[in-house]
Design a protein around this ligand. Structure first.
Ligand SMILES: C[S@@+](CC[C@H](N)C(=O)[O-])C[C@H]1O[C@@H](n2cnc3c(N)ncnc32)[C@H](O)[C@@H]1O
Length: 322
């Protein structure tokens, strides 16, 4: 029987497309066990709470023979995404960093320890994530390097020209709007400062060719993940928005082939293994392997991010303030 309350809640979420609500109530961490926001527990500060799709180029892919190791493989790919952005930004000692939409701060811990910037200010719209992130900083002794604030990437704290690097790791598609964020990023960067993002887009405009029913469907699914319509950009539009905000050397470099196929399979494995762990008897290892096997054979158009959100591009976006 259709649960009217569930349908109403989903419709409300889709209409509001509100990231704070989404990350406070609905989506926790994309790691082993898929913990909901209210299930996140910090013990050592080092448990992974990443929420990104991962950069899988140099990581063993999840397939129907290794589903038991999905947690370990997923977190390696997620950490690789953070490293890729750091290398693109040429992050290093002395850099003052602003990190927008930093989840539970996994990337800030990694950057602080592996790349040794002078400071990182993380800005996140979800208070519960900031609280968890602060606990982790205390436990890992990184409070002197990383400071976390509740706030929006569209109204950044701090004065003009204060940062060498601004990051947005798989978060800018949520910002209302991404255009406002680009203006803010430009304002807070020093001359010569670098903007580096991992973000979803469309290789070419896919919206205008779609029929009304299809567009409403995309709108619904994007709304559910708090991806506002104003942020549905093609690569070309992305480049022109970066230039319009004043940036130079704008690049939108595709890593879609090293993200979508692998994560599409990994997420099926992660959901299956989580179900097996939380409700033993409701599925089997055999079933999880069969589901993963099917996911491995999906065409690009069948994969979640294209089929539901109409995004066939995943890119490292970078630019420089003149
Ligand atoms: C997909 S998660 C990525 C988290 C993290 N970068 C990672 O890789 O684990 C998107 C993040 O963007 C944050 N976010 C969404 N809208 C925001 C806004 N307007 N300002 C700051 N953070 C925002 C969410 O709270 C969430 O932490």
């Amino acid at each position: 029987m259709v649960n009217v309350r569930q349908v109403a809640t989903r419709l409300k979420s889709a209409l509001l497309a509100d990231p704070e609500r989404f990350y406070t109530n609905e989506t926790g961490a994309w790691v082993a066990g898929l913990p909901a926001p209210q299930d996140i527990r910090v013990t050592t500060g080092r448990e992974p709470f990443w929420i990104n799709l991962g950069y899988w180029k140099h990581v063993e892919k999840v397939d129907d023979t290794n589903v038991e190791r999905v947690g370990e493989l997923f977190r390696s790919a997620q950490a690789e995404m953070a490293r890729l952005l750091a290398r693109t930004a040429k992050l290093g000692p002395g850099d003052a960093v602003m990190d927008c939409g930093n989840g539970y701060a996994d990337q800030d811990l990694l950057w602080a320890e592996e790349f040794k910037p002078a400071s990182i200010v993380g800005v996140n719209i979800t208070p519960n994530q900031v609280r968890v992130g602060r606990e982790r900083l205390k436990l890992t002794g990184l409070e002197d390097v990383v400071r976390l604030e509740v706030g929006s990437a569209t109204a950044l704290p701090g004065g003009e020209a204060a940062f060498d690097v601004v990051f947005a790791l798989e978060s800018a598609m949520h910002f209302r709007t991404r255009q406002d964020f680009l203006r803010e990023a430009f304002r807070v960067l020093k001359p010569g400062g670098r903007l580096v993002m991992a973000d979803m887009a469309q290789k070419t405009d896919r919206e205008s060719g779609a029929g009304l029913r299809q567009r409403l469907r995309y709108r619904y699914w994007r709304g559910l993940i708090a991806f506002p319509e104003e942020n549905v950009w093609s690569t070309e539009r992305y480049l022109s928005e970066l230039r319009r905000a004043g940036f130079q050397d704008a690049k939108v470099e595709s890593i879609a082939d090293d993200v979508y196929p692998a994560v599409n399979t990994a997420i099926v494995a992660l959901r299956g293994m989580t179900q097996l762990e939380k409700k033993p008897g409701s599925t089997s290892l055999h079933q999880v392997r069969a589901d993963v096997h099917r996911a491995m054979r999906m065409t690009p158009e069948q994969r979640q991010w294209t089929a539901l959100f109409n995004c066939d591009e995943y890119a490292v976006v970078s630019a420089r303030k003149p």
